[in-house]
Ligand binder design. Structure first.
Ligand code: GLC
Length: 546
């Protein structure tokens, strides 16, 4: 990697799901004070930056993704002053800070939406959102057939007869990005936080901002299969070309500020080409590469994803990013702990079935971490992944809080299982998540055996997931071949992937069912499990000096 390349081309970014990371004030919900108290841990883990899920003032209908005021911190999490202190302290540790920004929708409690409700049909206040009359003779049918990502129709009718659009929960009305007020407001919000020192933003639902002007019904589409490759289909509200104009402007706003500020798009695109369109020179800097996360545990699948991603992003001069888990998907220890792990698609809520083999999932997760951290580009670590936390699949129904649970009529449990407060220390709840004298229990119940995954228990244990991540991140910083750059594949038998990073580094991962002899090397830098007789066991990975 070139020493002058901007930091975000190689960064390892740690995702802080603020509610569940660390609770400083003992109310059972994570907060800014908690993050500040854990900066030494993050430093010793060796990450370059934090992405913090939404911390703005919010009624928390979707845990902060329903923002009522973009210039205030929710009292649950702290204050703007505390946010500024966190940014400054993190910077002192050499860690950058990237908050989430949520431009597709506001909360229904946002002043604009409240004004729109009060002003009534036909008013200019309603033009900042997407209000329409219904279909049918009495307007009692929704304006079109769009569906909410959380289940049910994407439209809600008001007592005055008009309907408003919400691609997510009814408490998250979609903004009208054709309206100049909306564009101006978000540019101002970006400047507000950039001038408070944030190093960039993660852009929520970046692919959703522009809607087809006529709001037509959804197209029918077949899912890709091996016979029918992935292709982009014109969609009335996802990934429309006009969305890039918005981000060209945002890029100019970021460039007004000193230092390398950076955006990362949450953009779910049909193909790698479509994803690459978000990260052109005059657009956003990076985008999450969900294809990696959605790949099966399969050498051919992974290699295709890696090659396609590097080719498409490389063609526009952007670095790749690699992600295994986040707050919206089943934790990968539990995904990989199923005997069948298949590729899944953008429009699917993937809920692996069948018995969980945690040992298998953990072994694969360790190997996947070495793969991810050796690939060219940047990587994301979702809090608790470095502790090897599994998905909590047996949360009692009474504890479930994700709007998906209600909206699906209690047929889909939703995303709470990957959001359980993480385990820091001790043998009983709250496992160091909240202070000892806390006034409330953690907002989601932690499993009784969470202590075996705690950061305290794993620290110093060379065989632990935490020490694997720490060592890998240290080697990654030290080794000039890692991070941004290119890779060269080595010839390997089916089921084994091996590549070189210049100068002098190789990564090998065995996804087959047979042991594999390590290729020529001078030193074994790190392995995901014990190596015997130079053989890499199934579901193991190794980093080598060649
Ligand atoms: C994104 C977030 C998800 C949220 C949704 C609506 O997909 O990652 O957590 O529910 O947007 O804002």
């Amino acid at each position: 990697m070139s020493p002058t390349a901007p930091w975000w081309r190689s960064a390892v970014i740690y995702q802080v799901y603020i509610r569940s990371f660390a609770d400083g004030n003992g109310d059972g919900i994570g907060d800014i004070a908690g993050i500040r108290s854990r900066l030494p841990y993050l430093k010793s883990l060796g990450v370059d930056a934090l992405w913090i899920n939404p911390w703005y003032k919010s009624p928390q209908a979707d845990h902060g993704y329903d923002v009522a005021d973009y210039r205030q911190i929710d009292p649950l999490f702290g204050t703007v002053t505390e946010a500024e202190q966190l940014i400054e302290e993190a910077h002192r540790y050499g860690i950058r800070v990237i908050p989430d920004i949520v431009p597709n929708h506001t909360s229904d409690q946002h002043a604009w939406f409240q004004a729109a409700l009060a002003a009534g049909p036909g008013s200019p206040e309603r033009e900042r959102y997407i209000f329409r009359s219904g279909r049918g003779s009495d307007g009692s049918e929704p304006p079109n057939d769009w569906v909410s990502a959380f289940g049910g129709p994407a439209w809600t009718r008001l007592p005055d007869g008009e309907w408003y659009l919400h691609l997510f929960a009814p408490q998250q009305p979609d903004l009208n990005w054709e309206h100049p007020d909306v564009r101006a407001e978000f540019e101002s919000v970006l400047r507000f936080w950039f001038s408070r020192g944030v190093d960039g933003f993660r852009i929520d639902v970046a692919h959703g901002l522009i809607k087809h002007p006529e709001l037509p019904d959804l197209p029918t589409r077949g899912e890709p299969t091996d016979q029918r490759p992935r292709q982009h289909l014109d969609h009335p509200h996802w990934d429309r070309d006009e969305v890039h104009d918005i981000f060209r402007t945002w890029r100019r706003v970021a460039d007004e500020f000193p230092g390398d500020r950076c955006f990362v798009a949450e953009a779910w695109a049909d193909t790698p080409e479509r994803l690459a369109a978000y990260v052109r020179k005059d657009g956003l800097h990076t985008a999450f590469n969900f294809d990696f996360l959605m790949s099966g545990w399969d050498a051919k699948d992974l290699r295709t994803v890696i090659d396609d991603s590097l080719a498409m992003l490389g063609a526009v001069g952007a670095p790749a990013t690699w992600v295994l888990s986040n707050h919206d998907v089943m934790r990968h220890v539990s995904r990989y702990g199923r005997t069948t792990v298949r590729r899944w698609t953008v429009n699917e809520r993937y809920e692996p079935q069948g018995p969980l083999d945690l040992e298998l999932g953990t072994r694969r997760a360790r190997a996947a971490a070495l793969l991810m951290l050796a690939l060219p580009g940047g990587a994301y670590i979702y809090q608790g992944e470095e502790l090897g936390l599994p998905e909590v699949e047996d949360l009692p129904e009474s504890a479930l809080q994700d709007p998906v649970w209600e909206r699906s009529g209690h047929t889909t449990r939703g995303r709470d299982g990957c959001r359980v407060p993480i385990s820091w220390s001790g043998e009983s709840a709250p496992f160091g998540f909240s202070p000892d004298n806390a006034s409330a229990e953690p907002w989601l119940p932690q499993p009784a055996d969470w202590g075996r995954h705690s950061a305290e228990r794993q620290t110093g244990d060379e065989a632990s997931m935490l020490e694997l991540y720490r060592t890998a991140l240290r080697l990654r910083r030290e080794h000039p071949s890692l991070g941004d750059g290119a890779l060269t594949w080595l010839d390997t038998p089916t089921g084994v992937l091996a590549f070189l990073r210049d100068p002098g580094f190789a990564c090998v991962i065995n996804l087959s069912t047979e042991p594999y002899r390590l290729p020529d090397h001078t030193t074994v830098l790190l392995t995901s499990g014990p190596i015997e007789d130079g053989l890499l066991a199934p579901d193991q990975a190794a980093w080598l000096v060649t």
